[in-house]
Design a protein around this ligand. Structure first.
Ligand code: 5RP
Length: 223
């Protein structure tokens, strides 16, 4: 099976976690896109969704799914999203697609985080994938120095020759060279740096379930 087929398989499996009449939270990225396309085939089943990015909102709407502003919604039954890395305890690195802050916000109001990922995303130690950190533009250099002091090699994310801009008008530093053995503690440390909007470590509130696409089928990991 190709990586896309594995992503499609977990996207289909995630539909089992969506109950009739729900408003759900929806993530960002290629795996989340497969999920949106599957959801679109049965869009009548749900009341609507809260999107973690402008791109996701556009895709949901293209399938006729009602997109709610998070301020209109008190609680979400599930938040369904991919990950760049996930460990055996459900801690994740996210933000490869640049939507980490809104992903964290939407996930925070959901009862359960259902992570959908192909098997390549399961790792023993987080950090081989550069850790995305969303930063207020004026603080990029200062935050970069603080990340370097924590052992990272900071690189400002670029797009078309300019700093990449998030949906929130901020920039992203990708912190590479890390071996994150205590993800919860590291999440707090990076969040605490002035100028950091959020860090793409989802450890204090990680996944509750991971649907992992493997050659032998979809495996369900519970945390
Ligand atoms: C976007 C994310 C994505 O969930 C993460 O990058 C995984 O993406 P993909 O499903 O394309 O592999 O955090 O900000």
């Amino acid at each position: 099976m190709t990586q896309d087929e594995l992503k499609q398989a977990v996207a289909r499996a995630a539909l089992d976690y969506v109950a009739e009449g729900d408003i759900i939270g929806v993530g960002t990225g290629s795996t989340a896109n497969f999920f949106i396309d599957e959801l679109g085939k049965q869009s009548h089943r749900i009341k609507g969704a809260v999107a973690s990015s402008e791109a996701t909102a556009t895709r949901l709407k293209s399938h006729g799914i009602t997109v709610f502003d998070l301020n209109e919604v008190e609680r979400l039954s599930v938040y369904i999203d991919g990950a760049d890395e996930i460990n055996s305890r459900g801690a994740m690195i996210k933000g490869g697609g640049g939507a980490l802050t809104r992903e964290k916000i939407v996930a925070s109001v959901a009862d359960r985080f259902i992570c959908i990922a192909d098997a390549s995303k399961l790792v023993d130690v987080l950090g081989k994938f550069p850790l995305p950190v969303e930063v207020i533009p004026m603080a990029v250099a200062a935050v970069g120095r603080r990340l370097a002091a924590l052992g990272a090699v900071p690189t400002l994310r670029m797009k078309d020759g300019s700093p990449y801009l998030t949906d929130n008008g901020c920039q992203i530093i990708d912190a590479s060279g890390l071996q994150i053995t205590d993800p919860s503690t590291f999440e707090v440390k990076v969040n605490d740096i002035p100028g950091v909007v959020s860090v793409g470590l989802f450890a204090r509130k990680g996944a509750d379930v991971c649907l992992l696409g493997t050659a032998g089928g979809v495996k369900t990991l519970m945390f």
